[in-house]
Design a protein around this ligand. Structure first.
Ligand SMILES: Nc1ncnc2c1ncn2[C@@H]1O[C@H](COP(=O)(O)OP(=O)(O)OP(=O)(O)O)[C@@H](O)[C@H]1O
Ligand SMILES: [Mg+2]
Length: 283
């Protein structure tokens, strides 16, 4: 499936190759003297689930904020469905959905009220809002709690609701920043199932960030490793394991080779305590 308004180059029509839905060229973002994202060039193919990994502060969220048009690049370019993230940011926003790293659902509203609010923000036609909200609740297995206040939800239910919110306007591409942080293994695997079904049913292209290597292994077609703002490796998990030179390499070994360090256990803790703080705010 191709974006309605996206015209592929003529020479790519005959020989079918998956299109690059997202492409960055030398994308860079500086905060004063810190270069958070440093000349990153990579692509995400249509209907792919792409995992971005890297230690704390590697630049993953900054990448996502630029690609979702929330943050202007210092230099370089990126396109989504052929639209430039700076020059055609309104068109880009119509093609994408975004679930931020911090919890974003409103705890004082019910699940359905949250969805209707977001449907309004996304400009879903009024006559379709209720039906889309119900379909999204059904799809994310939340129909039976549609009228419950979100402050009573578990972390896994909140994440599923946020993914439901992000798909209401049927985006071509979804950005999920640490979608399973702080979730127990059952809730995590339920979010994984829903992400894969979203891709299979709606051909949604998905870019997610994670600190969990089993998440990459189970969910992602390809992965990119970021380190100090640079994209230091891109490929399938099998390709990157081979690139370590060790036939028995695990993805943890891949991480150590390319990011030069072990997966930081404290990263999980930091992220979880952040998520818990947000959960407390929810009630
Ligand atoms: N608004 C900002 N102002 C100044 N520095 C920032 C800002 N946002 C991010 N940074 C810095 O940019 C670097 C990259 O941060 P970013 O949040 O992109 O990392 P990350 O890979 O998402 O990390 P984590 O795994 O902890 O979520 C960090 O050093 C961070 O402190
Ligand atoms: Mg981050």
């Amino acid at each position: 499936m191709v974006c309605a308004s996206y015209n592929p180059p003529v020479d790519s029509v005959d020989s079918y190759e998956p299109l690059n839905l997202l492409e960055t060229k030398s994308l860079t973002r500086r905060f004063d003297v810190l270069t958070a994202v440093d000349h990153v060039s990579f692509a995400v193919r249509e209907s792919e689930v792409f995992g971005l990994v890297g230690p704390n502060g590697a630049g993953k969220s900054t990448m996502i904020k630029m690609m979702t048009t929330l943050l202007r690049p210092t230099s370089g370019t990126a396109t989504i469905c052929g639209y430039d993230i700076v020059k055609q940011s309104a068109s880009v926003r119509r093609q994408i959905g975004y679930v931020p790293q911090m919890v974003s659902a409103d705890g004082d509203l019910t699940a359905k009220e949250n969805l209707l609010l977001v449907a309004t923000l996304y400009d879903v036609p009024k006559a379709e809002r209720r039906e889309r909200a119900e379909e999204a609740l059904e799809f994310m297995n939340l129909a039976d709690v549609a009228d419950k206040r979100v402050r009573q939800f578990s972390g896994g239910m909140i994440r599923r609701l946020e993914i439901a919110q992000s798909m209401l306007h049927r985006p071509k591409m979804l950005f999920l920043d640490e979608p399973t942080v702080g979730l127990d293994p059952v809730a995590r695997s339920s979010v994984w199932d829903h992400i894969l079904e979203l891709r299979d049913r709606y051909q949604t292209t998905i870019l997610l960030t994670t600190h969990l290597m089993d998440e990459v292994e189970n969910l992602c077609d390809r992965m990119g490793v970021m380190h100090h703002g640079k994209m230091v490796a891109v490929g399938t998990s099998a390709e990157l394991k081979t690139a370590t030179g060790d036939p028995k390499a695990t993805l943890d070994d891949v991480f150590i080779k390319f990011a030069g360090e072990r997966i930081d256990e404290s990263s999980g803790f930091r992220a979880i305590s952040r998520a818990r703080r947000t959960a407390r705010r929810l009630g």
